[in-house]
Write a protein that binds this ligand. Sequence first.
Ligand code: PAF
Length: 261
Amino acid sequence: MRTVRTATEMQQVALSHKVGLVPTMGAFHEGHLSLMRAARAECASVVVSLFVNPTQFAANEDLELYPRDEERDARLATEVGVDVLFVPSAEELYPEGFATWVDVEEAGGEAAARPGHLRGVATVCVKLFNIVRPDVAFFGQKDAQQAAVLRRVVRDLNVDVELRVLPTVRDADGLALSSRNVYLSTAERAEALALPRALETGRSAHVQGSDPIAAARAALNGLEPDYVEVIDVGDARVLAAAARVGSTRLIDNVVLEGELR
Ligand code: PAF
């Protein structure tokens, strides 16, 4: 596997069609690896970007704390058969005077709870699409609203890339894998299980014709949600929630109708 650190070098790497991109912020877990394996199965060249994108964190969020271990990530990516690990610096992607943003008009959910977050995500993803020029880019269902926003960006700005959204990978007890799970103490990790359980309760309520949001809220077992909302993601409708467990903010969602693709 080759590691590339500049946009210019990345644009010069000869990649064979079809090119798959897995954008990540590193601290790989099975969720990331499942995206890389899907890219490996479908594409001739697989590029994984590893960049903790500062513009999607607000000033009071965990940018500094966010887990980083490039050596371990590189080893795992090599094992999966990734061709190129693209690891740009913040100065490389946001040079002095950077002033152009991709700002999707989105309301509710993460847009309301984390102002500026989705703008940072959309901007960095468009930059990555322009630098790597992938045919297909792979994202996880856990960040369902992010996937919805990126679909809108690709459609609205005629970006020539196909997006794939793959199912959330969970621990055996149901907790969605997240790089932020490392922040949880043992007691907090047990508390965090209320989030996927509440979403499942919401999904069952929906199947039975009741209000999924009310059912999920009632099942949160004391967790204080930022939101519990139904969000359209392409052809799918998901029940999504964000909640804080101690100082860790977790998000999760379940599909109510349709299929995430
Ligand atoms: O989902 C993530 O890890 C990030 O939001 C992404 C898509 C890599 C953009 O920084």
